[in-house]
Design a protein around this ligand. Structure first.
Ligand SMILES: [Zn+2]
Length: 198
């Protein structure tokens, strides 16, 4: 059985998800967006979970603020992202942190670079889908009827495409590409509440 827990971040209200597999007690965190987040540590401890992977949908600082803390707390943890996301993690202009109170957030590159295709981790079969538009680096992650969209899909179609490397044209072609798989899926967006796509 899998379980999904959501955490709303601060100072920006992005949403972090922990997916866990009750059969082996392994878990993966998607877009840890709060620094020094004790809620994550407490949740893992309370549920006796091992945190094995960090999956990053894209490089924006409100989705990666917790990576350094988790790496120092769990030295074995493996960060997974697209190549473009990985390249931009150490650059505070490209991860946009410098534009937020001059925060100079530097995150080391990912341990594993992924492209579209299947990803078998924590004993579960995920599918990685390339969904550029919000950024050209954006990935979504699907497990069964669960779709973790990062900032690709937000409830009420509030997608932002005017940030660096964003493109409305790419966004629309990502939407078109996904149109036939999205219906009826539960969307776990990078901001706001989960919803059923229709
Ligand atoms: Zn973003």
């Amino acid at each position: 059985m899998i379980n999904v827990e959501a955490f709303t971040n601060s100072p920006i209200d992005s949403v972090t998800y922990i997916i866990s597999n009750s059969q082996n007690s392994e878990s993966i965190i998607i877009d840890p967006g709060t620094d020094q987040d004790e809620r994550i540590i407490n949740y893992l401890y309370k549920n006796s979970l091992k945190l094995k992977f960090i999956f990053l949908t894209h490089e924006h600082f409100d989705h990666i603020l917790g990576v350094n803390f988790l790496r120092s707390t769990f030295p074995e943890i493996i960060v997974v992202s697209s190549e473009k996301t990985s390249e931009r993690l150490p650059d505070s202009k490209k991860n946009l942190s410098i534009f937020h109170n001059q925060l100079n957030l530097i995150v080391n590159k990912s341990e594993i670079i992924v492209e579209a295709g299947s990803l078998n981790i924590i004993g579960l079969d995920f599918e990685i889908i390339e969904t550029p538009g919000h950024t050209d680096s954006s990935l979504s992650l699907r497990f069964g009827t669960f779709f973790f969209s990062g900032d690709f899909l937000l409830k009420g179609n509030r997608a932002v495409t005017n940030l660096p490397t964003g493109s409305i044209k790419q966004y629309n072609s990502s939407l078109n590409k996904c149109q036939n798989i999205l219906n009826g899926l539960t969307i776990f967006p990078g901001h706001g509440e989960r919803y059923i796509y229709d």
